[in-house]
Design a protein around this ligand. Structure first.
Ligand code: SF4
Ligand code: SF4
Length: 768
């Protein structure tokens, strides 16, 4: 990795110094550890990517067949997003963005490329590259993200920047042929003051159209994507320099199909996949959501805006005060001695570096010596970060980077990071105690794949236990506890720190840690409270769990019969009792057949119960109207926000779309009576008077029910214990059918094809 660390130096010098003071022993120890970790299994790396609500998530988006060049800055992270239609072909040096295309274009089969460029880079030197491309008259579109800050290095002001109108005039004067200015707020440019003639102002919903139009325009064109940096927005909001948003988005999980289109559109890491009794859904992680509303840009009707009172936000629990003296000091506490080493793997942007600084300051307040090392930079964008802290009673004479096998405490703010080989190689089963946040925070990749767990086989905890002191490790879901107690994720790491303190694993005084939190000056009361509650958790977990328990416990049915009852009742609400009986009949047939060949087994019945319901309860206009007007979301919003005022639906009705409506309609609470009336008209469903029912997708959805029944009834007579597994796979096929409109149509086609192959396999196994 290009580093010259203590291990490399030890190995190199060890060859010459020979066996003095245990050098040989250390060299072979290092070789052993290296062997173990270089060749062994490791948790996958947490790859940095864009923040929630970051405008790059959208501005770097490309259509099928389009390619882009990258450069220096946040947009360079698009290099790791190839699968998400945001990849880049190369990275240019600062000021050389797109210049390579000048040389390559005469020899390329392509007519056109896009080039990403940040506003910071543009005003530094990127404008020279635009100039050069104009002089060479190549076909290229610069996508300039105007986020108003040098985001990559922490939000500095851009030296010499121009406002957008002046920028458009400069580009026009330079010879750019066409400029599309995409904005999240059209009102800013209502009267076009100062904009160059060649500028078209477009809503950001038009991105796909604009990409095609600019691709087809000869010469140098520019797309300016005007949206503020999400990290800067969050910073300002946290410091009270910018108002908290009064519009928050929620996903109505009953309407959500778990198709992932919102993830594809927004690439947002706040869209968490969740498992519910109605299948996989998407939920917005409210405390990390930056409210840029990009996820709602698709056609999906699940998104609901919850308007909240100005100055209010997420609901916080009224927590009783916890005076410092209430939690007794730990019975035993480590001492610093010559050196006490703390390794802190975590996630960029969650305050790992701050915790390191808080601990180092606390150590200084206690009259101790410290050295620290923080990994910063690109990893701060949701990637893996790791901080090293060494505390000593005397000046420390060793590397500030904790050596292999030398950590005393593994304070794992991220379970995945704690289980990474690069960190576990610094722990030792004889020496290290681990305190780890067991919560599996999704990665960008897991979100894109819709995975709800990162280590299905419990690998993270197992790996940590294997490489730290037997029976001493502490795993606790600090994320869940902190979010539940403090209404946000920012107190998670401090909560875990409190737990480590109370376990006697910090050679510091609690009062110094608290004083250090005060000196840091950010959210002091909440962080002190989180530290104390973390301590209390170790002293009295039952008490803290009871404070954090959900106010409304989940009421999902726990048994197969309970689920069948729930789905049957839902189908009565969807249509009527006769319709529900049709469902019950198929499930009963599947159950009888399964019991005959595999007594006690319920896997096939479970699958038929779940997926027959899924197909029968298809989300047409009547059903979406019914689900949108259920009280569930209203109750969730009340539990989530301090002062929700009203809900706004965002709908793009297929009928109106077919008649030319290009964008979603935002419909306020006055729509509810209409939606309720529409829901009550379900008796028209499938009849000649059902205007919606004539649409191609609706006809397909109705046909799918018969297709599924036929398929299940087709294989039940040949069901055996040996082919039960294949039968279950077939019964679960509808899980692949998800989404709305074109997305659903495409998934139906794929599923039908997959069914043909599986049924053939089933027939072969039945014949054998
Ligand atoms: S509004 Fe949607 S896209 Fe924007 S930050 Fe929140 S979850 Fe992400
Ligand atoms: S249906 Fe698809 S697009 Fe809509 S919220 Fe669910 S996952 Fe997102």
């Amino acid at each position: 990795n290009g580093e010259l660390d203590a291990e490399i130096i030890t190995r190199a010098l060890g060859r010459w110094l020979g066996d003095g003071e245990g050098i040989d022993r250390r060299v072979s120890e290092l070789a052993e550890i290296e062997k173990l970790f270089v060749q062994g299994k490791s948790a996958p790396p947490r790859i940095p990517s864009y923040c929630s609500g970051c405008p790059h998530n959208r501005s770097t988006y490309l259509l099928e067949g389009q390619i882009a060049g990258g450069g220096i800055g946040c947009h360079g992270m698009a290099a790791s997003l190839g699968e998400a239609n945001r990849g880049i072909e190369y990275i240019a040096q600062m000021g050389g963005e797109g210049a390579a295309w000048i040389g390559a274009s005469p020899f390329s089969g392509r007519d056109h490329i896009f080039q990403n460029l940040g506003d910071g880079t543009y005003f530094h030197s990127g404008r020279m590259a635009v100039n050069a491309a104009v002089s060479a008259n190549v076909n290229i579109t610069y996508k300039i993200l105007y986020n108003g800050t040098v985001a990559m290095t922490g939000g500095q002001d851009i030296a010499g920047s121009l406002p957008i109108p002046a920028l458009t005039r400069e580009l026009e004067a330079d010879g750019v042929k066409r400029i599309a200015l995409l904005t999240d707020d059209l009102t800013r440019y209502e009267n076009r003051t100062g904009l160059a003639e060649i500028t078209e102002v477009r809503p950001r919903e038009d991105l796909d159209l604009v990409l095609r139009e600019l691709e087809r325009t000869p010469g140098v064109t520019v797309m300016i994507y005007d949206q503020m940096c999400a990290a800067e927005k969050r910073r300002r909001r946290n410091r009270g320099l910018m108002a908290q948003p009064v519009r928050r988005l929620m996903v109505n999980e009953r309407v959500c199909e778990g198709c992932g289109d919102c993830v594809a559109k927004s690439n947002c890491v706040s869209l968490h996949p969740v498992e519910t009794e109605f299948g996989p859904k998407t939920r917005i992680h409210q405390s990390s959501c930056n409210a840029d509303y990009t996820c709602a840009l698709g056609d999906c009707p699940s998104f609901v805006s919850v308007m909240v009172e100005e100055g209010t936000g997420l609901r916080k629990r009224p927590l009783p005060d916890l005076p410092a003296a209430t939690v007794a000091e730990p019975v035993q506490k480590v001492t610093a001695g010559r050196s006490y080493r703390i390794l802190m793997p975590g996630i960029g942007g969650t305050g790992v570096v701050t915790i390191n600084a808080v601990l180092a300051t606390a150590a200084l307040l206690d009259g101790k010596c410290t050295t620290t090392l923080d990994q910063t930079g690109l990893a701060q964008k949701g990637g893996a970060v790791v901080s090293h802290l060494v505390i000593g009673d005397e000046p420390i004479e060793e590397s500030n980077r904790i050596s292999y096998g030398a950590a005393d405490l593994l304070l794992g703010f991220d379970a995945m990071g704690a289980a990474a080989a690069a960190n576990l190689c610094r722990t030792s089963p004889e020496r290290t105690v681990a305190v780890v946040n067991s919560h599996e925070l999704p990665t960008h990749e897991s979100i894109r794949k819709g995975l709800t767990v990162l280590s299905a086989d419990g690998y993270f905890a197992r790996a940590v236990r294997e490489h730290t002191r037997d029976g001493k490790s502490i795993f606790l879901d600090a994320s869940r506890l902190a979010e539940s107690l403090f209404g946000g994720h920012l107190q998670t790491n401090v909560f875990l720190l409190g737990a480590a303190y109370q376990a006697g694993l910090l050679p510091l005084r609690a009062s110094s840690v608290e004083e250090s939190i005060r000196l840091n000056g950010v959210q002091v009361d909440r962080n002190v409270a989180a530290f104390r509650r973390g301590r209390q958790y170790v002293a009295d977990p039952v008490k803290v769990e009871s404070l954090a328990a959900p106010e409304r416990p989940a009421k999902a049915p726990q048994t197969l019969d309970g689920r069948i009852r729930l789905f049957t009742d839902e189908l009565v609400s969807f249509q009527n009792a006769a319709y529900a009986r049709r469902y019950e009949q198929l499930v009963a047939e599947a159950r009888r057949a399964e019991q005959a060949v595999a007594p006690g087994s319920t896997v096939l019945t479970e699958a038929v119960a779940r997926y027959c319901h899924k197909l029968m309860a298809y989300k047409d206009e009547y059903e979406v109207a019914r689900l949108l007007t259920l009280p569930d979301l209203h109750e969730q919003a009340k539990a989530m926000f301090e002062a929700p005022v009203k809900q706004v639906y965002h709908l793009h009705p297929p009928l109106l779309r077919a008649m030319g409506l290009k964008r979603k309609l935002s419909l306020g609470p006055w729509t509810r009576p209409f939606l309720k009336t529409l829901a009550a008209m379900k008796f028209l469903r499938g009849s000649v008077l059902d205007l919606f029912g004539y649409a191609h997708l609706r006809r397909q959805e109705r046909a799918l029910i018969g297709w599924y029944e036929e398929m299940i009834r087709g294989f039940l007579p040949t069901l055996t214990a040996a082919n039960l597994e294949t039968a279950v796979e077939i019964a679960r096929l509808p899980d692949r059918i998800r989404g709305y409109e074109q997305i659903k149509l495409a998934s139906i086609e794929e599923t039908r094809q997959a069914a043909i192959a599986m049924l053939a396999r089933h027939s072969r196994s039945a014949a054998a």
